[in-house]
Every structure is written in structure tokens, then in C-alpha cells.
Design a protein around this ligand. Structure first.
Ligand code: GMT
Length: 373
């Protein structure tokens, strides 16, 4: 049955926005009608797609309000779009505020609009600790018709932290395998002045403190003492300057390329040999999946959902948070043993195809939609 689906997410750079948008695009390819209800055009919606509609939430800045009423405007827009387009369901990404907005919209629309909420992590692992938000997160989860989370670890953490017995289904994240695949990039490597024999390490994030970018730079400093290599730092955020200062103080300026936010991640990954994802918290780690899809093994931290993505000793290695010595040692184990490296690279691609294939995951969401309806 073809459905009319509303999707709300944070449309800016970030894994949850990427997943929400890619899911919408793939659902539209399957013939469903998809309505994005967001504060700006999701950045992955980079051209016109059949079956996809965009409804902008315009938040007015009235001077009487200290804070712009985004949540209320979103709820009102959701209700308006639901009624006008006769939506079957609305799929929101993040319990707060999006699930709460959807609950309000359902009441305003006056019919049994179904609500699916997908938890991505930050709403639980950060906001869940805030006593002023805990009850409303629980309310958002319990009033949703169906709740999913992007890893088993996130399900466990949600149940423990929020103290709810609402069933939460794990639906893993996915990548578009037409985009994330190993590409031919010799020319690009030359463009960045990276010698053919040099090894390339890569870190991609929003440079929030939780990503522990200084650990990435310190691990690289140790790796570069043994293997001729370069580090690509991709992204932007609060710790970018911290990283820049550390690169300078460790005299690594000639070895670290800070490239800011980039659009063509598959090309940069294809140029890389190893990804470092050393976060303190990470409910899934979509960049690790993107790396593995391009044949890049990952050294990750043994935290949150990362162990569900990176299989220790097969598609990369896991180290405890902050254990820079372990990261450097594991990286060298791979970079100095070509046969082992190739085996890990192959296993990484195979794992993505077998467990995180977009068609598998989109079909799972479709099944859950039908179940909910
Ligand atoms: O990691 C971030 O800071 C961004 C955040 C987001 O909301 O986009 O990422 C969360 O959702 C991603 C997609 O499901 C996951 O891959 C990330 O692991 C998760 N981040 C955290 O849990 C810190």
C-alpha cells in the first residue's frame, strides 16, 4: 500500500538529518508520497525528487517573545500539512521536541494520525540526564504509536534512563550504497599533495567535545612517528580551534589537513586508509558506516552503538575511551600489515552490504509503518 508520510527532523548537517532525508528519498523511490516538514531544506535534498514535497516551518521573531516559538510553529505546520495532504503517519526524528510537536499536531488535526519516533541518541544521552526534560521525553516516547532507536545500546540506555517499558525497536542506520562506494581518486590525492606511498587517516565529525578530537590528533601524532602519513580532519564545530592549536603545538601542521565541512565525503573516504572515531558517546556512528562502505576500516571507541557497527578484529578495532596508546597500536597493526589491512577492508564492505543495506532498512521501516497502521 502506498502511504502518505510526513517527516520532521533537524535539517542541518548531522547524522539524524542525513538518515531522515535519505529514508524519505528511498521511500519516495518506492512510490510513497513524502512530505518533509522542517525549518529549512534538508541539506541532502539537493535537487527535485518525484514524490517529495517540502513544507517550510517559518518561525516568526516577535519581539514580545524572548525565545522564537519553533516547537509550536512546527506542531501547527504538522497539523496543517497532515489535514491538507491526508497524511497516514508522521515519522519524527528526536523525541524532543519533534515527538511532542507531533502529539500536539495529532490532537489539532483531529484524526488518528500515526506517530513514529526514531531516537538518535543526543535526546537520550544528553537531554535524558536533564531532570527538567526527562518527563517530557518519556511522554513523547510513550505517546508515540511506535518508537525505534538506531542501536540496541540506545534502546537499553533509553529504557534505563527514562524508565519506560514502552517497546522500542532497534532499526540500524544505513547508507546509500550508490554514493558510498570505493571510488578512483588518485588525482584527488595528488591535488592534496599526498604522496602515493603515504597513508591517510580520516576523522569526520561536528567537533563537539563528545567527539574527543584532541584524542584523534594525539593518536595520529604517535602513528605518524612510525608510518609516513597524513590526517584529514573534516567538519566544523566548537573544538575545531582546540584541534588547530594542538596540531600546532605538536608541530604537525604539514601532516594534518583541516578541510572544514565537505559535501563529497565518499571521495575523501576513498582517499583514506583508516578512520578514527574516538567519541565518548555515540549511539551509532554513521560516519563509521560510511567509511566501511568505502572499504575503510575503523578504529573506534568501545562505547554506545559503535561496537554494533565496528566488529573488533574484523572490520576495525575497538579501544577504551581515551586510550590513545591502544588506538595508535591498533592503527599500526593494520597499516604495517598489508595482508591484514586488505582482509579488514573487504570485511568492512561485506558487513555494510549484509547488515546495513539501505533496501533492508527501508523495508523494515515500511513493515513497521504497516504494523502501526
Ligand atoms: O553526533 C552528533 O553530534 C549528531 C547526532 C545527530 O543527531 O545527528 O548524531 C546522532 O545520530 C546519528 C544518526 O543516528 C548517530 O550516528 C550518532 O551516533 C548520534 N550521536 C550521538 O549519539 C552522540
Amino acid at each position: 500500500m502506498k502511504l502518505k508520510i510526513g517527516i520532521s527532523c533537524y535539517p542541518t548537517v548531522g547524522g539524524s538529518g542525513v538518515i531522515a532525508t535519505e529514508l524519505g528519498k528511498l521511500l519516495a523511490e518506492r512510490g510513497h508520497e513524502v512530505h518533509f516538514i522542517t525549518s529549512s531544506m534538508p541539506f541532502r535534498l539537493d535537487r527535485v525528487y518525484p514524490n517529495i514535497f517540502y513544507h517550510e516551518v517559518e518561525v516568526n521573531q516577535y519581539s514580545v517573545f524572548q525565545y522564537p516559538p519553533y516547537d509550536l510553529t512546527l506542531a501547527s505546520k504538522m497539523a496543517e500539512v497532515a489535514k491538507r495532504q491526508k497524511l497516514d503517519l508522521i515519522h519524527v526524528h528526536y523525541a524532543v521536541p519533534h515527538a511532542i510537536c507531533a502529539i500536539l499536531a495529532k490532537q489539532m488535526a483531529g484524526y488518528d494520525l500515526k506517530i513514529m519516533t526514531t531516537l538518535h541518541g543526543t535526546d537520550i544521552t544528553v537531554l535524558g540526564y536533564d531532570p527538567s526534560l526527562k518527563d517530557i521525553i518519556r511522554f513523547g516516547i510513550e505517546q508515540s504509536d511506535m518508537v525505534t532507536a538506531v542501536s540496541h545500546d540506545l534502546v537499553k540506555q533509553t529504557c534505563e534512563l527514562i524508565q519506560t517499558d514502552k517497546p522500542i525497536e532497534t532499526v540500524y542506520n544505513f547508507i546509500d550504497e550508490r554514493v558510498y562506494t570505493k571510488l578512483e581518486v588518485e588525482e584527488l590525492k595528488r591535488h592534496y599533495d599526498i604522496a602515493a606511498e603515504e597513508r591517510v587517516l580520516i576523522h569526520i565529525s561536528n567537533f563537539r567535545p563528545v567527539k574527543r578530537v584532541p584524542d584523534v590528533v594525539r593518536s595520529f601524532a604517535e602513528i605518524a612517528r612510525h608510518v609516513k602519513s597524513k590526517l584529514l580532519l573534516i567538519g566544523n564545530g566548537p573544538d575545531l580551534q582546540v584541534a588547530r592549536d594542538l596540531v600546532k603545538s605538536l608541530q604537525l601542521e604539514d601532516h594534518v589537513l583541516l578541510l572544514g565541512n565537505q559535501k563529497h565525503i565518499a571521495e575523501l573516504l576513498s582517499m583514506s586508509d583508516l578512520m578514527l572515531l574516538l567519541s565518548e558517546k555515540e549511539s551509532f556512528g554513521l560516519v563509521a558506516l560510511e567509511a566501511m562502505a568505502c572499504g575503510v576500516p575503523v578504529i573506534g571507541t568501545n562505547t554506545g552503538g559503535i561496537p554494533e557497527v565496528v566488529v573488533d578484529g574484523e572490520t576495525g578495532y575497538l579501544c577504551e575511551v581515551g586510550d590513545i596508546e591502544c588506538v595508535a597500536h591498533r592503527a599500526l597493526t593494520l597499516l604495517e600489515d598489508e595482508e591484514r589491512y586488505q582482509a579488514f577492508s573487504k570485511k568492512a564492505m561485506e558487513r555494510v552490504a549484509a547488515t546495513f543495506h539501505s533496501q533492508l532498512i527501508v523495508s523494515r521501516y515500511e513493515q513497521l509503518y504497516q504494523q502501526m497502521l
